[in-house]
Design a protein around this ligand. Structure first.
Ligand code: FEO
Length: 148
């Protein structure tokens, strides 16, 4: 079975992912939303380690998807209002992620209990890559347009 590795947090608990300045996209409200998203991922990871994923996963997955949709919408509105040229490509990345997570949610609803590890690995990898490689493409542009 593929392992989900993490980093040890302040209270000694193993976190799946820990916020670091290397993930900053240079816009505080968006960094805050990314941090919140990481928090939900860590909640799901912690529940899985305690064997409680099944009982609380539904609520956490809903929270995760609501948080993701809210964040994508905020980010896309900022790109629209500043007329960022990479909006369409960026929006396609967001839609692909939403569709992929919807597939995991459908598996969860069908009673597939094997999807948690895959989902956590997928989301950790997607998020760390997206923040550093995709979101950072708008940092200079946003900052030049007074969005910080
Ligand atoms: Fe921060 Fe493009 O998601």
């Amino acid at each position: 079975m593929k392992r989900v590795s993490g980093t040890r947090g302040r209270r000694g608990t193993m976190a799946l992912l820990t916020w670091s300045s290397k993930y900053s996209v240079g816009v505080k409200s968006l960094d805050d939303q990314h941090t919140e998203f990481i928090g939900i991922l860590n909640e799901l990871h912690s529940a899985m380690l305690k064997g409680k994923a099944q009982s609380i996963a539904g609520a956490l997955l809903t929270k995760l998807m609501n948080g993701a949709r809210n964040h994508f919408s905020t980010e896309e509105r900022l790109m629209e209002s500043t007329k960022f040229a990479g909006l369409a490509e960026h929006r396609a990345e967001h839609r692909a992620l939403t569709a992929k997570v919807d597939e995991y949610l459908a598996r969860h609803k069908r009673g597939d209990n094997t999807m948690f590890l895959e989902l956590l690995n997928f989301l950790r990898d997607w998020l760390t890559n997206h923040m550093q490689q995709v979101d950072k493409k708008y940092t200079a542009w946003m900052n030049e347009h007074g969005v910080r």
